[in-house]
Design a protein around this ligand. Sequence first.
Ligand SMILES: NC(=O)c1ccc[n+]([C@@H]2O[C@H](COP(=O)([O-])OP(=O)(O)OC[C@H]3O[C@@H](n4cnc5c(N)ncnc54)[C@H](OP(=O)(O)O)[C@@H]3O)[C@@H](O)[C@H]2O)c1
Length: 334
Amino acid sequence: MKKTKWGILGAAKIAREKVIPAMQGSNMHEITGIASRNAEKAAETAKSLQIPKHYGSYEALIEDPEIEVIYNPLPNDLHVSYTRKCIAAGKHVLCEKPLALRSEEILDLIKLRDQHKVKVGEAFMVASNPQWIKAKEIVNSGELGTLRCIHGFFSYHNVKPDNIRNIAENGGGGVWDIGCYPVFTSRFVLGKEPLRLSSLLDFDPNFGTDRLGSVLMEFPEKVQMTFSVSTQLMPYQRMIFYGDKKALEVRIPFNAPSDEHNELHLHHGDFLHHNVEIIRMPISNQYTQQGEDFSLAIREHKEVPVSLENAYHNTKVLEAIFQSDKEKRWVNLD
Ligand SMILES: NC(=O)c1ccc[n+]([C@@H]2O[C@H](COP(=O)([O-])OP(=O)(O)OC[C@H]3O[C@@H](n4cnc5c(N)ncnc54)[C@H](OP(=O)(O)O)[C@@H]3O)[C@@H](O)[C@H]2O)c1
């Protein structure tokens, strides 16, 4: 396969520390260039990561004919506008989650994508992670019996005022940053959209961003899903799928390590948790896998792992979480 040539918008932490090194470990693509608002920062980052080209503006990278695909890890409020510019320049785009802060904007991107005949996807690396592909397979095989309940939790502690997660104008807050994951993985495993939800959010009085949130959702076939997310608790994460026979626990569901085995725990059902089958996944890097799936979609004209249509439905759920808390009522999703 001819390597795809990627450009990176901004020297974001996630790009520098995770996505670029992981993608450089694959022979399916090359990281050809990186742009920063600051030319010096672009040059330094390119040098430290051995990236051949650097640009002092995002526009210069977008206009470079050598770049085929753009990874957009800008702050959340810039995802749609820059993805739009990239598509208009004829580039494929892998945009970080949450792809948009308003679902209607994704409908415009869909039109533009179809007009320019490019691939555009949301960077939910979990969709390419073998542990989630296995979890989906187990739940859908009926091994748990009838699935009736899902629990999720995701938290970290970050009170830095200059971090984009604590800046409301950048689309900060726990729901946009990490609430998107329990929503996405539940929809991914079930292959269905939730019917309605109710939520309770607590906002930081200084930042104005949500720092703790809990959500109750109903999926078809009376499956109940609850999750909590927080930006100001001890770091923890877990997803559990409960059937009437067994339960499946995804131990490190989101920040899955790339240097040790990820484990799924299949609980056969006893109160003392003695009867647990441990499924050890082969060591893999979810960011490498995500990049390879995206490059394959381009070269082999396949669907990207997380399409704009999928991103639209996820965003509708996240919007409903804010609406439910604000209006103190259940919100239907149809
Ligand atoms: N998939 C995952 O596992 C994962 C993990 C973490 C984060 N993310 C997502 O990745 C994105 C970036 O997160 P991050 O933690 O890496 O952020 P970050 O380190 O703050 O990087 C954001 C970058 O955006 C650029 N930028 C442009 N305008 C900016 C502005 N007004 N304020 C701040 N930065 C601006 C900056 O690059 P220059 O200064 O170089 O132009 C900055 O380095 C977010 O959308 C987040 O949700 C995904």
